[in-house]
Design a protein around this ligand. Sequence first.
Ligand SMILES: NC(=O)C1=CN([C@@H]2O[C@H](COP(=O)(O)OP(=O)(O)OC[C@H]3O[C@@H](n4cnc5c(N)ncnc54)[C@H](O)[C@@H]3O)[C@@H](O)[C@H]2O)[C@H](O)CC1
Ligand SMILES: [K+]
Length: 245
Amino acid sequence: MSILKLVSSKAASEIDKELMGPQVGFTLQQLMELAGFSVAQAIQREYPLNQNRNKNGVFIIVGPGNNGGDGLVCARHLKLFGYNPIVYYPVRSKRTEFYSQLVNQLEFFQVPILSEEQQNKWTEYLEPGKIACIVDAIFGFSFKPPIREPFGTIVEELNKLEDKIPVVAVDIPTGWDVDNGPIENEPSYVPSVLVSLTVPKPCSQCINPKRTTHYVGGRFIPRHFAEKYGFEPYEYKGTDQILKF
Ligand SMILES: NC(=O)C1=CN([C@@H]2O[C@H](COP(=O)(O)OP(=O)(O)OC[C@H]3O[C@@H](n4cnc5c(N)ncnc54)[C@H](O)[C@@H]3O)[C@@H](O)[C@H]2O)[C@H](O)CC1
Ligand SMILES: [K+]
Protein backbone atom coordinates (compact mmCIF):
# COMPACT_ATOMS: atom_id res chain seq x y z
CA MET A 1 0.00 0.00 0.00
CA SER A 2 1.28 3.44 -0.85
CA ILE A 3 -0.16 6.94 -0.72
CA LEU A 4 -1.59 8.03 -4.05
CA LYS A 5 0.34 10.83 -5.68
CA LEU A 6 -0.86 12.41 -8.89
CA VAL A 7 0.46 14.52 -11.77
CA SER A 8 -1.60 16.44 -14.34
CA SER A 9 -1.61 15.58 -18.06
CA LYS A 10 0.66 18.60 -18.62
CA ALA A 11 3.18 17.49 -15.98
CA ALA A 12 3.10 13.90 -17.33
CA SER A 13 4.08 15.12 -20.76
CA GLU A 14 6.82 17.36 -19.26
CA ILE A 15 8.21 14.34 -17.36
CA ASP A 16 8.25 12.38 -20.61
CA LYS A 17 10.02 15.20 -22.47
CA GLU A 18 12.66 15.58 -19.79
CA LEU A 19 13.34 11.84 -19.57
CA MET A 20 13.80 11.73 -23.34
CA GLY A 21 15.56 15.11 -23.54
CA PRO A 22 19.25 15.70 -24.23
CA GLN A 23 20.30 15.69 -20.56
CA VAL A 24 18.73 12.42 -19.38
CA GLY A 25 18.84 10.74 -22.77
CA PHE A 26 16.37 7.88 -22.50
CA THR A 27 15.00 6.75 -25.85
CA LEU A 28 11.26 6.25 -26.34
CA GLN A 29 12.03 2.60 -27.09
CA GLN A 30 13.60 2.07 -23.66
CA LEU A 31 10.71 3.64 -21.74
CA MET A 32 8.07 1.91 -23.81
CA GLU A 33 9.71 -1.46 -23.28
CA LEU A 34 9.54 -1.00 -19.51
CA ALA A 35 6.00 0.43 -19.67
CA GLY A 36 4.69 -2.47 -21.79
CA PHE A 37 6.56 -5.00 -19.65
CA SER A 38 4.96 -3.60 -16.49
CA VAL A 39 1.46 -3.88 -17.99
CA ALA A 40 2.17 -7.52 -18.91
CA GLN A 41 3.31 -8.12 -15.33
CA ALA A 42 0.11 -6.61 -13.91
CA ILE A 43 -1.93 -8.89 -16.19
CA GLN A 44 0.02 -11.92 -15.01
CA ARG A 45 -0.61 -10.88 -11.39
CA GLU A 46 -4.36 -10.33 -11.86
CA TYR A 47 -5.12 -13.09 -14.37
CA PRO A 48 -2.58 -15.88 -13.75
CA LEU A 49 -2.17 -18.46 -16.52
CA ASN A 50 -4.92 -21.07 -16.60
CA GLN A 51 -3.89 -24.71 -16.86
CA ASN A 52 -6.29 -24.94 -19.78
CA ARG A 53 -4.26 -23.17 -22.49
CA ASN A 54 -7.43 -22.28 -24.41
CA LYS A 55 -8.42 -19.86 -21.65
CA ASN A 56 -5.29 -17.72 -21.81
CA GLY A 57 -6.32 -15.34 -24.60
CA VAL A 58 -5.63 -11.61 -24.17
CA PHE A 59 -7.21 -9.21 -26.67
CA ILE A 60 -5.09 -6.07 -27.04
CA ILE A 61 -6.59 -2.96 -28.64
CA VAL A 62 -3.83 -0.68 -29.89
CA GLY A 63 -4.17 3.05 -30.59
CA PRO A 64 -2.12 5.26 -32.91
CA GLY A 65 0.27 6.84 -30.35
CA ASN A 66 2.68 5.76 -27.64
CA ASN A 67 -0.09 4.27 -25.49
CA GLY A 68 -0.63 1.93 -28.44
CA GLY A 69 3.11 1.23 -28.52
CA ASP A 70 2.93 0.13 -24.88
CA GLY A 71 0.21 -2.32 -25.99
CA LEU A 72 2.40 -3.76 -28.78
CA VAL A 73 5.27 -4.31 -26.32
CA CYS A 74 2.87 -5.79 -23.75
CA ALA A 75 1.59 -8.30 -26.35
CA ARG A 76 5.12 -9.58 -26.96
CA HIS A 77 5.83 -10.07 -23.25
CA LEU A 78 2.49 -11.79 -22.69
CA LYS A 79 3.36 -14.26 -25.43
CA LEU A 80 6.65 -15.01 -23.65
CA PHE A 81 4.74 -15.47 -20.39
CA GLY A 82 2.59 -18.16 -22.05
CA TYR A 83 -0.60 -16.22 -22.94
CA ASN A 84 -2.28 -16.15 -26.36
CA PRO A 85 -2.35 -12.44 -27.24
CA ILE A 86 -4.37 -11.20 -30.24
CA VAL A 87 -3.77 -7.63 -31.45
CA TYR A 88 -6.38 -5.29 -32.92
CA TYR A 89 -4.54 -2.30 -34.44
CA PRO A 90 -7.09 -0.36 -36.53
CA VAL A 91 -5.14 2.89 -37.16
CA ARG A 92 -1.44 2.20 -37.61
CA SER A 93 1.05 4.84 -36.58
CA LYS A 94 3.32 6.29 -39.26
CA ARG A 95 5.04 8.55 -36.69
CA THR A 96 8.30 6.59 -36.67
CA GLU A 97 9.64 3.39 -38.15
CA PHE A 98 9.75 2.05 -34.62
CA TYR A 99 6.06 1.08 -34.69
CA SER A 100 6.49 -1.11 -37.75
CA GLN A 101 9.49 -2.71 -36.03
CA LEU A 102 7.26 -3.55 -33.04
CA VAL A 103 4.76 -5.08 -35.48
CA ASN A 104 7.55 -7.12 -37.13
CA GLN A 105 8.56 -8.39 -33.70
CA LEU A 106 4.99 -9.54 -33.06
CA GLU A 107 4.97 -11.38 -36.39
CA PHE A 108 8.29 -12.99 -35.40
CA PHE A 109 6.68 -14.09 -32.10
CA GLN A 110 3.66 -15.41 -34.06
CA VAL A 111 1.26 -13.05 -32.31
CA PRO A 112 -1.80 -12.62 -34.57
CA ILE A 113 -2.68 -9.06 -35.65
CA LEU A 114 -6.20 -8.76 -37.08
CA SER A 115 -6.28 -8.17 -40.85
CA GLU A 116 -8.59 -5.49 -42.29
CA GLU A 117 -11.21 -8.13 -43.03
CA GLN A 118 -10.97 -9.57 -39.51
CA GLN A 119 -11.17 -6.05 -38.02
CA ASN A 120 -14.76 -5.69 -39.30
CA LYS A 121 -15.82 -8.47 -36.94
CA TRP A 122 -13.36 -7.85 -34.08
CA THR A 123 -15.96 -8.46 -31.34
CA GLU A 124 -16.29 -12.08 -32.54
CA TYR A 125 -12.82 -12.71 -31.11
CA LEU A 126 -14.05 -11.81 -27.62
CA GLU A 127 -15.20 -15.19 -26.36
CA PRO A 128 -15.70 -14.84 -22.57
CA GLY A 129 -14.40 -18.37 -21.77
CA LYS A 130 -11.27 -17.93 -23.87
CA ILE A 131 -10.24 -14.31 -23.33
CA ALA A 132 -8.86 -13.71 -19.83
CA CYS A 133 -8.88 -9.93 -20.35
CA ILE A 134 -8.92 -7.12 -22.90
CA VAL A 135 -6.13 -4.53 -22.88
CA ASP A 136 -7.09 -0.93 -23.63
CA ALA A 137 -3.90 0.55 -25.11
CA ILE A 138 -5.89 3.02 -27.23
CA PHE A 139 -5.13 6.47 -25.78
CA GLY A 140 -3.04 7.68 -22.86
CA PHE A 141 -2.22 11.11 -21.52
CA SER A 142 -2.41 12.92 -24.91
CA PHE A 143 -6.10 12.11 -25.50
CA LYS A 144 -8.16 15.22 -26.31
CA PRO A 145 -11.94 14.73 -26.42
CA PRO A 146 -14.20 14.31 -28.32
CA ILE A 147 -13.14 10.83 -29.36
CA ARG A 148 -12.93 10.19 -33.12
CA GLU A 149 -13.96 7.02 -34.98
CA PRO A 150 -13.33 4.12 -35.00
CA PHE A 151 -12.39 4.57 -31.34
CA GLY A 152 -15.75 5.93 -30.12
CA THR A 153 -17.51 2.76 -31.29
CA ILE A 154 -14.74 0.61 -29.77
CA VAL A 155 -15.15 2.28 -26.36
CA GLU A 156 -18.94 1.81 -26.56
CA GLU A 157 -18.30 -1.91 -27.11
CA LEU A 158 -15.95 -1.99 -24.09
CA ASN A 159 -18.77 -0.45 -22.08
CA LYS A 160 -21.18 -3.23 -23.18
CA LEU A 161 -18.57 -5.89 -22.31
CA GLU A 162 -17.92 -4.56 -18.77
CA ASP A 163 -19.64 -7.44 -16.94
CA LYS A 164 -18.44 -10.12 -19.35
CA ILE A 165 -14.69 -9.66 -19.86
CA PRO A 166 -12.39 -7.59 -17.63
CA VAL A 167 -10.60 -4.67 -19.27
CA VAL A 168 -7.08 -3.58 -18.27
CA ALA A 169 -6.55 0.12 -19.00
CA VAL A 170 -3.02 1.27 -19.85
CA ASP A 171 -2.33 4.59 -18.10
CA ILE A 172 -5.81 6.11 -18.79
CA PRO A 173 -9.19 4.42 -19.42
CA THR A 174 -9.83 5.51 -23.02
CA GLY A 175 -12.57 8.12 -23.28
CA TRP A 176 -11.83 9.61 -19.85
CA ASP A 177 -10.52 13.14 -19.61
CA VAL A 178 -6.95 12.75 -18.30
CA ASP A 179 -7.51 15.34 -15.57
CA ASN A 180 -11.27 15.00 -14.89
CA GLY A 181 -12.29 11.39 -15.61
CA PRO A 182 -15.43 10.25 -17.50
CA ILE A 183 -16.99 12.95 -19.70
CA GLU A 184 -20.74 13.48 -19.88
CA ASN A 185 -22.34 12.30 -23.15
CA GLU A 186 -19.03 10.84 -24.37
CA PRO A 187 -18.32 7.10 -24.67
CA SER A 188 -16.58 5.63 -21.61
CA TYR A 189 -16.28 2.37 -19.69
CA VAL A 190 -15.11 1.19 -16.25
CA PRO A 191 -11.85 -0.81 -16.30
CA SER A 192 -11.29 -3.79 -13.99
CA VAL A 193 -7.61 -2.89 -13.73
CA LEU A 194 -5.83 0.42 -14.27
CA VAL A 195 -2.05 0.43 -14.71
CA SER A 196 -0.87 4.03 -14.25
CA LEU A 197 2.55 4.63 -15.81
CA THR A 198 5.31 6.45 -13.90
CA VAL A 199 2.74 8.20 -11.68
CA PRO A 200 -1.11 8.20 -11.66
CA LYS A 201 -2.88 10.97 -13.53
CA PRO A 202 -5.73 12.90 -11.82
CA CYS A 203 -8.51 10.86 -13.56
CA SER A 204 -7.38 7.85 -11.48
CA GLN A 205 -9.13 9.52 -8.54
CA CYS A 206 -12.45 8.75 -10.27
CA ILE A 207 -11.98 4.98 -10.02
CA ASN A 208 -14.04 3.05 -7.50
CA PRO A 209 -11.63 0.66 -5.72
CA LYS A 210 -14.48 -1.89 -5.45
CA ARG A 211 -14.62 -2.09 -9.25
CA THR A 212 -11.07 -1.25 -10.37
CA THR A 213 -7.75 -2.56 -9.09
CA HIS A 214 -5.08 0.10 -9.38
CA TYR A 215 -1.39 -0.49 -10.10
CA VAL A 216 1.46 1.86 -10.88
CA GLY A 217 4.11 0.62 -13.35
CA GLY A 218 6.89 2.04 -15.50
CA ARG A 219 9.64 1.82 -12.92
CA PHE A 220 12.22 4.10 -14.47
CA ILE A 221 12.81 7.24 -12.43
CA PRO A 222 15.22 7.98 -9.57
CA ARG A 223 14.11 9.53 -6.27
CA HIS A 224 15.43 13.05 -6.92
CA PHE A 225 13.56 13.23 -10.24
CA ALA A 226 10.24 12.19 -8.64
CA GLU A 227 10.75 14.78 -5.90
CA LYS A 228 11.42 17.48 -8.47
CA TYR A 229 7.95 16.83 -9.91
CA GLY A 230 6.38 16.82 -6.44
CA PHE A 231 5.89 13.13 -5.68
CA GLU A 232 7.70 10.49 -3.66
CA PRO A 233 8.96 7.50 -5.66
CA TYR A 234 6.94 4.31 -5.19
CA GLU A 235 8.19 1.52 -3.00
CA TYR A 236 8.35 -1.27 -5.54
CA LYS A 237 9.18 -4.64 -4.03
CA GLY A 238 12.25 -6.60 -5.14
CA THR A 239 12.44 -6.80 -8.92
CA ASP A 240 8.70 -6.02 -9.42
CA GLN A 241 7.83 -3.59 -12.21
CA ILE A 242 4.42 -2.88 -10.68
CA LEU A 243 3.01 -1.84 -7.33
CA LYS A 244 -0.60 -2.44 -6.31
CA PHE A 245 -2.31 0.39 -4.38
N1 LIG B 1 6.77 8.32 -19.09
C1 LIG B 1 5.84 7.45 -19.31
O1 LIG B 1 5.05 7.18 -18.43
C2 LIG B 1 5.73 6.84 -20.63
C3 LIG B 1 4.50 6.66 -21.18
N2 LIG B 1 4.29 6.19 -22.41
C4 LIG B 1 2.96 6.03 -22.93
O2 LIG B 1 2.71 7.08 -23.82
C5 LIG B 1 1.41 7.59 -23.61
C6 LIG B 1 1.28 8.94 -24.20
O3 LIG B 1 1.58 8.82 -25.56
P1 LIG B 1 1.28 9.91 -26.67
O4 LIG B 1 1.84 9.40 -27.94
O5 LIG B 1 1.74 11.23 -26.19
O6 LIG B 1 -0.27 9.96 -26.75
P2 LIG B 1 -1.48 8.93 -26.80
O7 LIG B 1 -1.00 7.56 -27.07
O8 LIG B 1 -2.28 9.20 -25.61
O9 LIG B 1 -2.35 9.43 -28.03
C7 LIG B 1 -1.85 10.18 -29.12
C8 LIG B 1 -2.59 9.79 -30.39
O10 LIG B 1 -3.97 9.84 -30.18
C9 LIG B 1 -4.59 10.67 -31.13
N3 LIG B 1 -5.76 11.30 -30.49
C10 LIG B 1 -5.76 12.17 -29.47
N4 LIG B 1 -7.04 12.51 -29.15
C11 LIG B 1 -7.84 11.84 -30.00
C12 LIG B 1 -9.28 11.80 -30.19
N5 LIG B 1 -10.11 12.53 -29.48
N6 LIG B 1 -9.79 10.96 -31.12
C13 LIG B 1 -8.97 10.22 -31.92
N7 LIG B 1 -7.59 10.25 -31.82
C14 LIG B 1 -7.05 11.05 -30.86
C15 LIG B 1 -3.51 11.63 -31.55
O11 LIG B 1 -3.77 12.14 -32.83
C16 LIG B 1 -2.28 10.74 -31.51
O12 LIG B 1 -2.18 9.97 -32.70
C17 LIG B 1 1.25 7.49 -22.12
O13 LIG B 1 -0.09 7.61 -21.70
C18 LIG B 1 1.84 6.12 -21.88
O14 LIG B 1 0.91 5.10 -22.14
C19 LIG B 1 5.38 5.85 -23.31
O15 LIG B 1 5.40 4.48 -23.54
C20 LIG B 1 6.76 6.31 -22.83
C21 LIG B 1 6.95 6.42 -21.36
K1 LIG C 1 -5.55 3.47 -22.48
